[in-house]
Write a protein that binds this ligand. Structure first.
Ligand code: F6R
Length: 364
């Protein structure tokens, strides 16, 4: 049932404030200002190294988590797509935690990676949305997302719920490693608790995004740029756009532009820049200005402060609510999803069932 939405994808984008809140309820103890995991008996302090493996959108959630685990817990993280991890003789030392991330819990390559790591003596944590799935059963530690069934082939609400769980895991790892004071934990709980309302605000930009989608729908190629945790979001934006609108899109780390891809820039290639105000803002903006100096047409996704500072000269801006850097990647997923959605609708493609794709990839 699509409710009053035209597509499951739209319905699932709109469900995010509720399902992320539902997911966070399983990980936040609001009254005690604590962030916990539903695996009370496991001692995270023994974890020496983290390996993250997933595919597609779930992999991009893992990329965001790598920044969090390293920043908050100071634990080294190795991350790879499952289809590469399986065949590259990865080095996994004793005391390692392997995290698999999967909406379906059935993706063949991710499951094979799980089994491989298990045989190598790793502890397996599974961030999965389907609690009865094979990965959920075979993992040592189950960290469920509570997104509910996801029908649209393009993953949306599963992604933001994965990020919520991974933020909670990063905080717990930091605590276990003695790298988080009760005051810092309290602040993290407060920031995470703001996510559902911030997602709701972000959904309020839907009409503005729909209005500018036409400028992207005519393009043959689109670039997405971001830095830090916005880099995986750029990759996710490009993946969403290509899979449902069939427009060629690529995500790049903003600082990599001048190492090659800037040669592609002309007035026919829209460049979507994801840059919330914060410590990396100036750096991303200077990469954006290099694009503009070469005639590139930029769409800037930022908050009021960022748009006031750098919105001039952009063909469009998408103004987001102000979000703390910890939660920004969760909140900024919404405009990236909505943009892909409206471009696909403008192009008349089959949004929920894009060609050549299946919801659950159970073959390698
Ligand atoms: C993209 C998308 C895919 C999946 C990937 C992994 O919108 O849906 O890239 O994210 O196939 O699927 P799961 O998470 O079920 O392992």
């Amino acid at each position: 049932d699509k409710g009053n939405h035209r597509h499951f994808m739209a319905k699932e984008i709109y469900e995010q404030p509720i399902v992320v809140a539902q997911t966070l309820r399983a990980y936040l103890q609001r009254l005690e200002d604590k962030v916990t995991l539903p695996i009370p008996d496991f001692d995270l302090s023994v974890i020496k190294r983290v390996t993250i493996v997933a595919c597609g959108t779930s992999y991009y959630a893992g990329m965001v988590a790598k920044y969090w685990f390293e920043q908050f817990a100071r634990v080294a993280v190795d991350i790879d797509v499952a289809s590469e991890f399986r065949y590259r003789a990865p080095v996994m030392e004793d005391g390692g935690l392997m995290i698999v991330i999967s909406q379906s819990g059935e993706t063949a390559d991710t499951l094979a990676a799980l089994r491989h790591a298990k045989a190598e003596g790793q502890t397996i944590a599974a961030v999965v949305n389907v609690p009865t799935s094979t990965m959920a059963r075979e993992a040592d530690l189950l960290l469920p997302t509570h997104a509910g069934p996801e029908i649209g082939v393009a993953s949306t609400k599963a992604f933001t719920c994965q990020l919520a769980v991974l933020a909670a895991l990063a905080a717990n790892l930091a605590k276990a490693k003695g790298r988080m004071t009760p005051e810092e934990e309290k602040a993290i709980v407060a920031h995470l608790a703001e996510v559902p309302a911030a997602l709701n605000d972000a959904l309020g930009r839907d009409e503005a995004i729909e209005a500018m989608a036409g400028a992207v729908a005519v393009a043959r190629d689109v670039l997405y740029l971001g830095r830090g945790t916005d880099y995986p979001l750029a990759l996710e934006g490009a993946l969403k756009l290509k899979e449902i609108s069939y427009i060629h899109a690529e995500g790049y780390a903003a600082g990599e532009m001048k190492h090659g891809p800037i040669a592609l820039i002309d007035e026919h290639v829209p460049v979507i820049v994801i840059a919330p105000s914060g410590p990396l803002f100036e750096k991303t903006v200077s990469n954006m200005q290099e694009v503009q100096a070469r005639g590139g047409k930029v769409v800037l996704i930022s908050d009021a402060e960022g748009i006031a500072a750098a919105g001039e000269g952009c063909i469009a801006t998408i103004e987001m609510p102000k979000a703390h850097p910890l939660i920004a990647p969760i909140v900024y997923a919404v405009p990236v999803q909505l943009l892909a959605y409206h471009v696909a609708v403008a192009k008349g493609t089959d949004v929920d069932q894009p060609r050549n794709l299946a919801k659950s990839v159970t073959v390698e």
